[in-house]
Design a protein around this ligand. Structure first.
Ligand SMILES: [Zn+2]
Length: 275
């Protein structure tokens, strides 16, 4: 099946705008769920219309278009000239690009069920949210991580009980989650809490439950590699953003999750060619 090139272009643009809108929503969600001023009204958190954080002006329809509106407004509120955080723009852009890449990969191999692609993109969106939350507040949205972990466990258990998932696969995913949690707990105990925190235990548990042992190993290697590289760079540059020589680590875990799900085990084969 070959699709005319202009159709591919239109499709890519639509997928990009869709992904960037999700990115925009994840940013808004993270900034509305500030742990220091917890809004208890969930309706307000999810449904209230986006507004300027400074002058509270409601955003017009075109100002809601992700990426594009930021560029047109030159990163400022049209009314009060408040500087919109560049991180919003970056998350929108990256989420759009990741969405396009996942689908392009699917187009090159349409034998993969579409549902699997949505599932993988969903995982990427969840970790983008965690990453942005960690970037903003230097902490993990622990309640959300635990709720999602328990949901994934129930899904696996349900799949096994109703014979949709084989016993070996069930144990494999389950075991990977607990190995992930145990390994990070050991790292924390051995390093006396320098570097990783207890929230990371839950995050790596979720990575294991979702991606299995190979995915877990890949995410661990990718996140530690890039996290350490950026950490060393920041220390060398004496960055002021550095708090007690710590960095926000979840963005690197999210990077690992995206690379691992997109490359489907290639990193593992590259790390351990004999296995
Ligand atoms: Zn404003």
């Amino acid at each position: 099946m070959s699709i005319p090139s202009h159709m591919v272009f239109i499709l890519v643009m639509l997928l990009f705008v869709f992904g960037a809108s999700i990115g925009s929503f994840l940013c808004a969600l993270a900034s509305r769920l500030d742990p220091k001023r917890r809004e208890t009204n969930l309706k307000q958190v999810f449904l209230s219309r986006s507004h300027c954080d400074s002058c509270m002006k409601q955003l017009s329809n075109w100002e809601l278009i992700p990426v594009f509106s930021y560029l047109v407004q030159k990163g400022k509120c049209t009314k009060c000239k408040y500087k919109i955080p560049a991180s919003f723009f970056i998350v929108e852009l990256l989420t759009g690009i990741i969405t396009v890449l996942f689908f392009l990969k699917w187009f090159s191999n349409p034998l993969t069920p579409l549902l699997i692609i949505f599932f993988k993109i969903g995982i990427a969106y969840i970790f983008i949210y965690f990453a942005y939350y960690d970037y903003l507040y230097w902490e993990i949205p622990l309640n959300t991580v635990i709720i999602i972990s328990v949901s994934v466990l129930l899904y696996l258990l349900g799949g096994y009980i109703f014979s949709k998932i084989a016993f070996t696969e069930f144990i494999y995913q389950l075991g990977a989650g607990f190995i992930g949690m145990g390994a990070i707990a050991l790292v924390i105990l051995a390093s006396k809490g320098k570097g990783l925190g207890w929230g990371d235990v839950w995050i790596f548990g979720l990575v294991g439950f979702l991606l299995g042992i190979k995915g877990l190993v890949e995410v661990f290697f990718i996140s530690v590699f890039f996290g350490a590289a950026v950490g060393i760079l920041k220390i060398a540059l004496k960055s002021e953003q550095l708090k007690n020589n710590l960095i926000q680590f979840v963005p690197f875990i999210a990077l690992g999750v995206v690379i691992s799900t997109m490359l489907e085990g290639k990193i593992f084969m590259w790390l351990f060619p004999v296995l």
